[in-house]
Design a protein. Sequence first.
Length: 159
Amino acid sequence: MKMSAQHIFDTAPLGSLITFSTGEPRPPERFTRILRAWNEQNGMGRLVEKVAGRDGAYPSPATFALHLGNYGSQGIIVMKVRRIYTITSQLRFEVAEKPRTGMVRILSRRDGREELHHLAPDLAAAEAWSAEHRYHDAVIEEVLDPDMVLPPVRLGRVA
């Protein structure tokens, strides 16, 4: 089922695989430039971050980030590729896969921002990863069934 960016922000749990598309059909291989542009707007990524919108002097809409891939060699990641979408995006989104029950998320939460650092298959793997990759504000959270989603709190200035 195709969803809006707002619906993904509100309901998709961190760690979900999300597809995004313009709704246009894929062009033939022989149209290389058109195909390259189409691939920029159509693909799949893991939901790794949600940031609440802000009101006040510098308002901004809520956003979410999809992790598209890592680049590097010999086990060393040189670059992580993420794409950030606002809840007003006109693209079509779909949850392709949610994290399974028993999987464990390693997260950080601060200032209306929720970020997934790692999605482990079980608690032992999460603890091993956490010992190797130190995040001072990390939270280990087991995926429950059904996975409840609470959007980050909305930040704003009090008048």
